[in-house]
Design a protein. Structure first.
Length: 541
């Protein structure tokens, strides 16, 4: 994607001579101040290393100091130690060599938190909730995550021997798993909801998102897609160039997508659609919620400003700061805010923050004000003249609350979710005909086949599990959240046994926010007419 920027440079020799004399002195003064402040820091560091009662590690002290420095700037500038920096690069690149699992620790056990479909671990039969009891014959009880990851990863094609404990099995299950390249998908779901309605969910923006989206669009088009639900709910953002490419999939060549402005001249850049799109006549509804942030706000904001899609859901997070990651010594990285970004209509999406960032960072846990009063100076206009507002995320064209899978669960149901009880319950089931663990002895899990649907008996069994955790509730609380509870039980069993695509095909029939979004296609078709009529205005700031 090419970037367009405009700048004019005038060189006046007499002015430069004056500038060197004047600003040179200022630069020397600034250098003196930095030198003094650096001396304060090194003196304090030396005192800690020499006098502190406990053991110290210089690298940890330095990393902590840099993290504290960046933490005073804004809620998003931050420091990444070598481990965090490497993990960040893996997420962006979308691949690494290993087994394809995410782990977590609980009571000293190493537990599989998730398994990527098609990865070596998935093919070997490892499931979410399995406890990795041993690696190469060594008991992993009490191991830290770094040690576990270090032993599980290795050269492509090499093998690792592990033993897992699983609910319903009396003995550990021994597995020999071949390491391979692991692909972390960012377009997690692409399915047809009916004969003409396509549905695509983008989890985040990584370096492979645009080609993944291209394949998904082409596949759904072959299946008869005539309209699209584009789901950016819960998408935290990611790589800016990929957001530009994704928006370009639905906007005409030349359309402004986003522009950035910062303190230094190089931060002022305009990003436009440079490729001709094949999907300009596709009616769209885009789903967002309070957890949609950054790059997902760039895409939804551009689609809204150009009247290209109806935006449905909740007001997005409001993160419009561009972080440039500077690699520092030792494989660490400093993510520093270098610019702010604006939608084509000139909206700054960034929400203001308090001095401690507390109110800003707890935004997603608070109810939204559907009747928010806007300042006159925040008013902007879409290409067709529709009002939109700056300074607080992307506000939906059609509001429908839904924090989790399109539902708005009460604190009771959110507690069930936070305790991992839906995941834990899914471990009680296994898929009929699954031969990946054919050598495992015993097993008391319930077998279910394709087309499995949650029954009243299944929900009663789950209710008993909730009671066993000492979580108190009454019938009224249970009935209030029953639609959400039933949907989540179905989703988690489907995800474990039949894959995320099947899970979302079933969830789509229950998701109230998605159901509301589908009802907005007449408005999406009207907007498509407006966006075509307003085409000459595209790209204006």
């Amino acid at each position: 994607m090419r970037r367009a920027r405009s700048a004019s440079v005038a060189v006046l020799i007499p002015l430069c001579v004056f500038a060197v004399a004047f600003f040179g002195r200022q630069a020397l003064d600034a250098q003196d101040r930095v030198s003094q402040e650096y001396q304060v820091f090194t003196t304090a560091l030396r005192a800690v290393e020499d006098q502190y009662a406990g053991d110290t590690k210089s690298d940890e002290l330095i990393y902590g100091a840099i993290s504290g420095l960046l933490g005073t700037l804004d809620p998003h500038s931050h420091f990444e130690d070598p481990k965090s920096y490497a993990q960040s690069r893996e997420r962006q690149e979308g691949r690494y060599y290993g087994l394809g699992i995410a782990i977590r620790q609980q009571n000293g056990d190493v537990i599989v938190g998730s398994v990527y479909e098609g990865a070596p671990a998935y093919e070997a039969g490892i499931r979410r909730g399995d406890v990795i009891a041993a690696i190469e014959g060594e008991d992993t009880k009490g191991w830290g995550s770094d040690r576990v990851v270090g032993r599980l990863r290795g050269p492509r094609g090499s093998f690792v021997n592990i033993a897992v404990r699983r609910a319903g099995f009396d003995k550990p299950i021994d597995l020999r798993v071949r390491r391979d390249e692991v692909h972390i998908p960012t377009v997690s779901v692409a399915v047809m909801l009916d004969a003409t309605t396509g549905y695509i969910k983008v989890e985040q923006f990584g370096e492979n998102t645009d080609p993944e989206l291209g394949r998904a669009l082409a596949d759904l088009t072959k299946k008869g897609m005539k309209r699209l639900v584009f789901d950016l709910r819960g998408n935290p953002g990611g790589v800016l160039p990929q957001a530009i490419l994704v928006a370009n999939r639905f906007l005409p060549r030349g359309s402004m997508i986003v522009y950035t402005r910062g303190r230094v001249s190089d931060s002022a850049q305009d990003y436009r659609a440079t490729e001709q799109s094949a999907y300009l006549s596709l009616p769209m509804v885009t789903l967002v919620n309070r957890n949609s942030a950054s790059a997902s706000e760039i895409v939804s904001g551009a689609l809204q400003d150009h009247d290209r899609s109806v935006i449905v859901g909740e007001t997005t997070f409001g993160k419009a700061l561009v972080q440039s990651v500077y690699r520092v010594s030792g494989g660490a990285g400093a993510a520093i805010t270098t610019a702010r970004y604006y939608t084509p209509s000139g909206r700054l999406i960034q929400r203001p923050w308090d001095t401690t960032f507390d109110e800003y960072l707890t935004y997603t846990s608070r109810d939204q004000d559907a009747d928010k009063v806007h300042r006159t100076e925040d008013l902007k206009r879409t290409d067709s003249g529709r009002p939109v507002y700056s300074g607080g995320g992307i506000e939906p064209d059609r509001r429908f609350a839904g924090t989790v899978d399109g539902f708005s669960p009460t604190p009771f149901a959110r507690t069930i979710l936070a305790r991992g009880l839906f995941d834990q319950f899914a471990e009680r089931f296994r898929r009929t005909g699954d031969t990946r663990l054919s050598g495992a002895v015993g097993g008391t899990q319930q077998e279910v086949g394709a087309g499995f649907a949650v029954s009243d008996a299944t929900i009663t069994e789950f209710r008993n599990l909730v009671r066993q955790t000492a979580l108190k509730f009454d019938d009224k609380a249970w009935q209030t959240d029953l639609p959400f509870i039933s949907a989540e039980v179905q989703k988690e069993i489907d995800t474990d046994l039949f894959g995320v695509t099947v899970a979302y095909e079933h969830l789509a029939k229950r998701d109230p926010q998605l159901g509301f979004a589908i009802e907005q296609f007449p408005e999406a078709e009207r907007l498509l007419t407006l966006s075509t009529a307003a085409a000459p205005k595209r790209g204006s700031l």
